[in-house]
Design a protein around this ligand. Structure first.
Ligand code: MF3
Ligand code: CO
Ligand code: CO
Length: 261
């Protein structure tokens, strides 16, 4: 199945689901403190999604995932499973939230810094954020999707970081993961897709401070760097518009004004 073009009605539903994902991340932000467990963060997010938003946490039971959000700490790359582990000073973590409302998905993640980070941790978090936005800046109708990954890889490697290849961004809509696959690196063998207004997909580069290689822990979910160096990731869900791009999970204090088409 190729990338779908969403109708106006579908786009309206995507906007709503994406807004809810942003609201969950905003809600949880003040709780991300030293001493809190990732399981407590998971409960707070799920309660809010279910009881306040009257929506569904997409990760729960997705392919057997046991929790409602993903929490990936330090050298964990993605799909970290919330647990009794307490956050401690200097931890960096990604919280990834996906909400389903009226059948449509909104997917976003952010990095959080607990207490005082090391200089290299802070630098990695900033580089990963810049990678996300460099990817977003490639999006406009008529562009090749491959430009997103190529630009991200170029920037990450210019900063002596590496890009994870085993996991990618994805089309999103009534399915959590739809076509196309959004690679965050250059792959000359990947099929060329020309972006068209109405496509919705995520960009979510996983950037490693050391080598790009990763492995999955025995819990079958948590992905970690093989060399145990830090990893960071930010994610937005975006819509290709006639003018360029609309970031559906933009947060109120983030702005799109530096986008140049
Ligand atoms: N939210 C993740 C993504 O960005 C996927 C999590 S799948 C899960 O695509 F099963 F781990 F929840
Ligand atoms: Co995603
Ligand atoms: Co996500």
């Amino acid at each position: 199945m190729a990338a779908t073009i969403k109708t106006y009605e579908e786009i309206e539903k995507m906007r709503i689901a994406c807004r809810l994902a942003v609201d969950v991340l905003d809600m949880i932000t003040p709780y991300v403190q030293m001493g809190v467990t990732t399981e407590e963060l998971d409960r707070l997010c799920d309660d809010y999604t279910v009881n306040v938003q009257k929506a569904i946490s997409a990760p729960l039971n997705y392919k057997g995932f046991p929790k409602s959000i993903c929490t990936s700490i330090n050298h964990q790359v993605c799909h970290g499973v919330p647990s009794k582990r307490k956050l401690k000073n200097g931890d960096i973590l990604n919280i990834d939230v996906t909400v389903i409302k009226e059948g449509y998905h909104g997917d976003a993640s952010r990095m959080f810094i607990v207490g005082k980070p090391s200089i290299r941790a802070k630098r990695l978090v900033e580089i990963a954020y810049e990678c996300l936005w460099i990817g977003i800046r490639q999006v406009r109708p008529g562009a090749y999707l491959s430009e997103v990954g190529a630009a991200i890889q170029r920037y990450a490697e210019s900063k002596k970081c590496s890009v994870v290849r085993e996991y990618c961004g994805h089309g999103i809509g009534c399915q959590f993961h739809e076509e196309p696959q959004v690679l965050h690196y250059r792959n000359p063998k990947a099929e060329e897709l020309v972006l068209q207004p109405g496509m919705t997909f995520t960009i979510e580069p996983m950037i490693n401070a050391g080598k790009r290689q990763v492995k999955v822990l025995p819990d079958k979910w948590t992905v970690v760097t093989k060399d145990h160096n830090l990893s960071a990731q930010w994610e937005h869900t975006i819509l290709v518009t006639h003018e360029g791009v609309e970031v559906l999970t933009l947060r109120p204090d983030e702005n799109q004004t530096d986008l140049v088409f």
